[in-house]
Design a protein around this ligand. Structure first.
Ligand code: AMP
Length: 540
């Protein structure tokens, strides 16, 4: 073999941080506080503050490999931890503030967090966690809602103020850990996924590609997706890598606050789970023309299936483009993006929409396939359902600790637990999580396909379809429906709405009209709860 003669230059987060100061010192980072006021920092200031944080953590005894946790909303201090902690060789661990305190305690203990950076506004939550995590040596309170109360820990701003705004970051091995993020653990305990510098950087580069998410210096990026949910889909790193302006919403994730921020800061790219966008679409429909979203280039939707009716509604009624993407905590998280390829662009509108509403095809360097129960690779015919498997440089090779080995195949693929079809163009469509699959008389029924169709009904705001036990068919689909305010719908109307598109045996046996659908900490429908509550509905 003739070896290449190029430099062995490590792919590290440190480079992103230093580059931001060199080339984009004046670019703004806007953060919304709990009292709704906005604070502004430049990249140069953020760089200085990240250095101060690294100096402070060094002084507190944080060594390479140590875990520094965050329990925070999206804001500039969280970004500083995203950059300073990995750059100094330690590991940033994003705790999910929507979890039950017992779960947060389990996760922080498992990761052996030494330092916790916590928002003042989240201190009541943290109080229920702290005593259960003996590894915690220091608490640093971000004074988002007032200075750190006596005895709660170090005040973040006071701590930084005592440090020099420069730090000599070490040269790191690109395979060193940069961040730990835990899965939401709807089955079994949450599991730690350890992103490396290399995986983070490669993910960032591919995320910035035009056909992926596409982030550039002239963008104004609003990560609505929390920074504790799979690294906010890498957007903070993508923005820093390119010098894009960042807008952080803090705790204000309601449609009115987000729309105000989008218009005020001229956001070009925003990202979040479908629930957020369902709310935003309803607000825009209720008051068309009130919000100036003319700067918006695209809205990234992922984390759960984006209904085609929503994608179409944004485009047709408000001229807004949606980009649908799929990923997992285990994939850093980007895996696929639903771009309309040249081969599809020439087809009719329904086919183009179907491509955009699919979960898309794999991004560069992620490989995907779907397999049957015996591991046989299935045909890309758009019909055969099987479990999705992926591999690539930012796909987890194992979990932190000694768990979950059964998630990897002997030939090196990660078993996602998602059931999909893949069509001849490579577009994948998620039909279910494997644990949510509905098996009726031996037939698989796709809950996601039914949900998407139901959410296209003019009276339906949200629909979750799940399996209920049935004396004859084992399982039958039931639909939990949240109606739009002031709207009505009957079972017969909903059946008629679905009948055109689905075989009769796919139609739900009943519709349950509910106030809200239970959700996981990251905004997905919690179907295990629905099954628990209504699983015997058809046995009576
Ligand atoms: P998490 O690790 O919490 O991000 O959850 C990952 C899971 O979310 C995936 O395995 C999918 O089941 C689901 N998911 C993510 N993106 C999508 C999407 N665009 N459509 C449907 N399901 C999705």
């Amino acid at each position: 073999m003739l070896a290449g003669r190029m430099m062995d230059f490590p792919l590290t987060v440190t480079h992103l941080l230093e580059r931001a100061r060199s080339y984009f010192p004046d670019t703004e980072i806007v953060s919304r506080r709990p009292d709704k006021s906005l604070v502004r920092h430049t990249y140069a200031e953020m760089h200085g503050r990240a250095c101060q944080l690294a100096n402070a953590l060094t002084r507190l005894g944080v060594r390479k490999g140590a875990r520094v946790a965050t329990l925070s909303w999206n804001h500039v201090a969280h970004l500083e931890a995203y950059l300073a902690v990995p750059a100094m060789g330690a590991v940033v661990h994003t705790l999910n503030l929507r979890l039950h305190p017992n779960e947060i305690t389990y996760i922080a203990r498992h990761a052996e967090d030494e330092v916790v950076i916590v928002d003042h506004s989240l201190l009541p939550l943290f109080a229920k966690v702290r005593d259960g995590v003996p590894s915690i040596r220091h608490v640093i309170v971000v004074p988002d809602a007032g200075p750190a109360p006596e005895g709660s820990g170090h005040d973040y701003e006071a701590l930084l103020a005592g440090e020099r705004p420069e730090h000599d970051f070490p040269r790191l091995d690109e395979n060193a850990a940069a961040m730990i993020c835990y899965t939401s653990g709807t089955t079994g305990n949450p599991k730690g996924v350890v992103y490396s510098h290399r995986s983070t950087v490669l993910h960032t580069l591919v995320a910035c590609m035009r056909d992926t998410i596409g982030v550039g210096e002239d963008d104004v990026v609003l990560p609505v997706v929390p920074m504790f949910h799979a690294a906010a889909w890498g957007l903070p790193y993508s923005a820093v890598a390119t010098g894009a302006k960042l807008v952080f919403p803090g705790p204000h994730l309601d449609p009115a606050s987000l729309l105000d921020l989008m218009a005020r800061e001229k956001v070009t790219l925003a990202a979040g789970v479908p629930t957020i966008w369902i709310g935003i679409l309803a607000a825009l429909d209720a008051a068309p023309g009130t919000h100036d979203l003319s700067s918006m280039r695209t809205m990234i939707i992922g984390g759960s299936a984006a209904p085609a009716s929503m994608i179409e509604g944004f485009q047709k009624r408000h001229g807004l483009e949606v980009t649908h993407a799929w990923g997992m905590t285990e994939t850093n998280p980007l895996g696929t993006v639903a771009r309309v390829k040249r081969s599809v662009a020439g087809r009719d509108e329904a086919q183009r929409l179907s491509a955009r509403a699919s979960q898309g095809y794999a991004v560069t360097f992620v490989e995907k396939r779907h397999v049957d129960d015996t591991g046989k690779v299935l045909p890309r015919d758009g019909e055969t359902m099987g479990e999705l498997e992926v591999r690539g440089p930012w796909v987890a090779a194992s979990y932190y600790g000694d768990e979950g080995h059964d998630r990897w195949t002997s030939d090196g693929w990660f078993k996602t637990g998602d059931v999909v079809t893949i069509d001849a163009d490579g577009y994948m469509r998620i039909t279910d999580r494997s644990k949510d699959v509905i098996k009726s008389g031996g037939e698989w029924i796709s809950s996601v396909a039914l949900e998407n169709a139901l959410m296209a009904h003019p009276s339906v705001l949200e629909a979750a379809v799940f399996a209920a036990r049935h004396p004859r068919w084992d399982e039958r689909p039931l639909a939990a429906i949240v109606l739009k305010p002031g709207k009505t719908a009957t079972n017969a109307e909903l059946d008629a709405h679905l009948a055109g598109a689905f075989a009769k045996i796919w139609l739900p046996d009943d519709y349950l009209f509910v106030e809200q659908i239970p959700r996981t900490s990251t905004g997905k429908f919690l179907k295990s709860k629905l099954r628990e509550q209504y699983g015997d509905h058809l046995m009576k």
